[in-house]
Write a protein that binds this ligand. Structure first.
Ligand code: PLP
Length: 420
């Protein structure tokens, strides 16, 4: 299979070859059904249509158009020049883990033992390791949706089903609401973890402190783990340094896994580095899991990440947050000028999750938009199970963009919606 996905033609070729591969594998094969049947998520499928095409405005992925700041790149380059090209400790270099501990002191005012911090690679890998730690084939996890779709596939890869508890729109109060009773009722005897991304992707919803406490109590009483994805934790619009974190309420030995990342706040998506805070008693096991999955994060990326946690990195985070605030305002003004779009303003993260009046096939719409409107958006259906028709009326745009690019992208989107 070609590794180049530079044009529509290549994308079609990849899809056709994947299909052929699946047909061959279905005949007689040792490949697990969970892997055989795996498919790209909805965002990936739309993006394959035109990834990298220069005239397309990409608002589909969760990343800013800003490059990683120079001081972070310089630190990684320095590490290379100094010959830091060898294996490191599988759980990450000590100065980085210490700086992460300090970051938690600064942003959350909480003290995390060094033994609870592991840097295995990106947040994606941290999520997989958290799942590997709790799930066996046939178990399930419960996710609060609409939710970042990679979690569906990560669960499938470790052999778990995903059950969903959908946030409900409260249009009158302009917020998303979590029904805790519904969440708890979704858990059954095979539920091993509740997955929560707060601030959420795609909604920007934030779990409250009281809800956290209630979920923690429930999970303790039922022997269920919490996987708390806090990669947008510092991208919040209420002026606080961080959204409520499970680290502020959980005990060191609670079955709580907090996932974090350098990708979003420091514009480092391509570096593939993040971290996991896990129960203290799992320190040795995390060493083995980190070893077996990646044998540690890329060495010079770790030195770059260390620079990100410096005061200069804090300045960059503030700058990016202001840029996102501006993107938020541009998106809000765009929505106000449209009569067929509404949203629940996000409390955090950097996405507009737009409900389009009359839209019933967000995937088809997103594909059309690529071809005719030359703007890339993520279809709402990607963030929910197929039976969740309500989410199919949504599309997601990432507003952490250059203001002109964002405005042009939204204008193109507005024209396409007017023609619906
Ligand atoms: C909620 C959530 N968690 C994790 C990630 C992935 O982070 P990383 O780039 O560190 O793998 C994303 C990326 O979009 C995300 O939205």
């Amino acid at each position: 299979m070609t590794g180049v996905i530079g044009s529509r033609l290549d994308a079609r070729k990849v899809l056709t070859e994947t299909r052929t591969m699946n047909q061959i594998l279905r005949q007689k094969s040792p490949i697990r059904p969970g892997i055989r049947n795996i498919e790209p998520n909805g965002i990936g499928k739309v993006a394959m249509l035109a990834l990298g095409e220069p005239d397309l405005l990409p608002l589909w992925f969760g990343e800013t158009d800003l490059k990683t700041p120079e001081f972070i790149c310089d630190a990684a380059k320095r590490a290379l020049d100094e010959g830091r090209t060898f294996y490191t400790h599988a759980r990450g270099i000590t100065p980085l883990r210490e700086a992460i501990r300090e970051f938690h002191r600064r942003t959350l005012a909480c003290e995390i033992a060094l033994d609870r911090i592991t840097v295995p690679g990106a947040a994606m890998l941290a999520v997989v390791i958290a799942l590997q730690s709790v799930v066996e084939t046939g178990d399930n996890i419960v996710a609060i949706s609409p939710v970042w779709p990679n979690i569906f596939q990560a669960a499938q890869i470790v052999g778990a089903d995903v059950k969903f508890c959908r946030l409900q729109e409260d249009w009158a109060a302009s917020c998303w609401r979590l029904n805790l009773e519904a969440l708890f009722a979704t858990c059954d005897g095979r539920t091993k973890a509740i997955f929560i991304a707060s601030p959420g992707n795609p909604t920007g919803w934030i779990l409250s402190r009281d809800e956290q406490r209630a979920i923690l109590e429930f999970c303790r009483s039922r022997g269920i783990a919490i996987i708390s994805d806090e990669v947008y934790g510092t991208l919040v619009y209420d002026g606080t340094p961080h959204a409520p974190s499970f680290l502020q309420v959980a005990e060191p030995d609670d079955a709580v896994f907090v996932v974090n990342s350098f990708s979003k706040p420091w514009a480092m998506t391509g570096w593939r580095i993040g971290w996991l805070v896990h129960p203290e008693f799992l320190a040795d096991q995390m060493n083995v899991l980190a070893m077996a999955n990646n044998t540690g994060a890329t060495t010079f990326a770790q030195w770059g990440a260390l620079a990100a946690l410096s005061p200069e990195g804090d300045e960059f985070r503030s700058f990016l947050l202001e840029r996102c605030r501006n993107g938020f305002d541009i998106t809000r003004r765009f929505i106000e000028a449209q009569n067929r779009i509404r949203w629940i303003p996000p409390e955090g993260a950097f996405y507009g999750f737009l409900q389009v009046d009359g839209l019933t096939d967000s995937f088809g719409f997103a594909c059309d938009l690529v071809h005719k409107g030359r703007v890339g958006v993520a279809p709402g259906s990607a963030f929910a199970p197929p039976e969740d028709f309500a989410t199919d009326a949504y599309i997601r745009v990432c507003f952490a963009q250059d203001p002109k690019l964002l405005q042009t992208g939204l204008d193109r989107l507005g024209s396409a919606i007017a023609a619906l």
